[in-house]
Design a protein around this ligand. Structure first.
Ligand code: AHR
Length: 497
């Protein structure tokens, strides 16, 4: 099959906000305990953090990490996780029915995030708590000194404030599974009042209100409209959460699911604009897709035995086709660079994650690590609106699905153009013609592919390199015309300068 893209450097969608390459670490499963933190592990540093995990995360260049939840945050008392470790309480954790030891809390995570090169996207508990605990947490984290909570932080060994800039006003408060779930009206009011006092403590912070926990939940759209109506001037971002899988065993349909994400983003942007219009506001609310991924085990119940400490949970093993889907979602996020300013791959390690560790043992990278790595490392600069032509197909849930899913990003500083492209065709290679008429003298840096002859191939502890990227010789450049051959069912990164 044949497809084409006309890419012009003057047709800018928007600058990529680096925070679209964010991720998420929740106190869930072995993400914290056994993931980033494992005192006694051969690679552990003096604070108990695994260096092997840190290095795999650093390579991803994740500019922001959401913490500490997720559903976990809706029952979390932040005070339990600060101060001398020996005095921290063990608590029954009701989101996931585990025991939380509180060995890692806000200050440890802040220290670790610095090493990872990431900002922290903090979340406050609006499930069992409210404005009071939230404003105290902002005072503890961000106020320099001279008040009860800022001095408490200093007494806990953190002289400098953390200056967390981005804060989530609760998590998925629309979900019946959430501790303290609310109606949209209840949440809109509490989000507004909480945001108000948090900003009074620190006017420099940015706030994210909870949108719907999925596009398929019944209250979707009404929820967004009501919540924003009640909190519009106090919030900067509205969140979206989106998970997909191929549990139905229909790969063509699964690879088309990024069209659902595309529609979801457009719909939420429209709702934000509707509320802006209604309020005659000057402000535009931006989007934070702060949970997205493939999730096979979604909806399976919590750990079979209650009150374990950090039991393995949701340790999805990602296939090659999952990596293609992740590539399609990353491309979709970039196409919405004018509106999606933050996005978090959920999650980062062990729990629905691209990085896996064995407690006490080795670390390996899942298939999905690679498209995220490429997007984050090379997808910096300005997203360009290209004119694409591709043959299309219909699948069970989608019509007119282009076989080519692609986006181009131009980094003016390094004068590098990167084209990310997935060939969704499961049987046939694609000849892609790139017309770069506004770019002069472009030459190929490299064409990287992720391919496999088996859509279900996975990387495991014992076979960690079954699906890894490689550089191929399948792109030619001739006077502004670039031809690339994209293998059937493949992820491609074409880099030119
Ligand atoms: O990422 C796992 C869970 O998915 C989060 O805790 C929750 O917010 C979502 O439902």
């Amino acid at each position: 099959i044949r497809a084409s893209m006309l890419v012009d450097k003057h047709f800018a969608v928007a600058a990529v906000d680096p925070r679209v390459y964010g991720s998420f670490i929740e106190h869930l499963g072995r993400a914290v305990y056994g993931g980033i933190y494992e005192p006694g592990h051969p690679t552990a540093d003096s604070n108990g953090f695994r260096r092997d995990a840190l290095e795999a995360i650093q390579a991803l260049k994740v500019p922001i990490i959401r913490y500490p939840g997720g559903n976990f945050v809706s029952g979390y008392n932040w005070e339990d996780g600060v101060g001398p470790k020996a005095e921290r309480p063990r608590k029954l954790e009701l989101a996931w029915w585990t025991t939380e030891t509180n060995e890692v809390g806000t200050n440890e995570f802040a220290e670790w995030a610095k090493l990872a090169g990431s900002e922290v996207m903090m979340a406050v508990n609006l499930g069992t708590r409210g404005p009071d605990a939230a404003r105290n947490l902002v005072e503890y984290c961000n106020h320099p000194s001279g008040s009860y909570y800022s001095d408490l932080r200093i007494a806990h060994g953190c002289r400098e404030p953390h200056r967390f800039k981005t804060w989530c006003l609760g998590n998925e408060m629309d979900g019946p599974w959430q501790i303290g779930a609310m109606t949209a009206a209840e949440y809109g009011r509490i989000a507004n009042e909480t945001a108000k006092v948090m900003r009074w403590v620190d006017p420099t912070i940015e706030l994210v209100a909870c949108g719907s926990s999925s596009r398929s939940i019944k209250t979707f759209a009404e929820w967004e409209a009501t919540v924003l109506d009640l909190s519009y001037e106090q919030v900067d971002y509205l969140s979206l959460h989106a998970y997909y899988n191929n549990n139905e065993g229909d790969t063509a349909n699964f690879l088309a699911s990024s069209l659902d994400l595309d529609q979801f983003i457009s719909s939420v942007a429209s709702i934000c604009d509707y509320v802006q219009a209604k309020h005659r506001s000057k402000k535009k609310v931006m989007l934070s897709l702060d949970e997205w991924n493939v999730w096979h085990t979604i909806g399976t119940s919590r750990a079979s035995e209650r009150w374990q400490i950090a039991p393995p949970e949701f340790e999805d093993v990602y296939t090659f086709e999952d990596a293609l889907a992740v590539g399609c979602y990353a491309i979709t996020i970039l196409k919405h660079a004018d509106r999606v300013k933050m996005a978090c791959l959920a999650q980062l390690i062990n729990t629905i994650a691209p990085i896996m560790t064995e407690t006490g043992g080795s670390l390996w990278l899942q298939t999905t690590y690679y498209p995220f790595l490429h997007a984050s490392n090379f997808g910096r600069g300005t997203v360009l609106k290209s004119i694409d032509h591709s043959p299309k197909y219909d699948s069970k849930s989608f019509t007119d699905v282009p076989y080519l899913e692609s986006v181009s990003v131009y980094d003016e500083e390094s004068e590098t153009l990167t084209v990310f492209a997935v060939n969704r065709h499961l049987e046939e290679a694609m000849e892609l013609a790139l017309d770069l008429r506004s770019f002069e003298g472009m030459e190929l840096i490299e064409h990287i592919v992720l391919e496999s002859d088996n859509l279900k191939a996975v990387n495991t502890k014992n076979d960690p390199n079954r699906v890894t990227p490689r550089v191929v010789d399948r792109t030619t450049v001739d006077q502004g015309r670039v031809s690339s051959l994209l293998g059937k069912a493949s992820w491609n990164v074409i880099r030119l300068r």
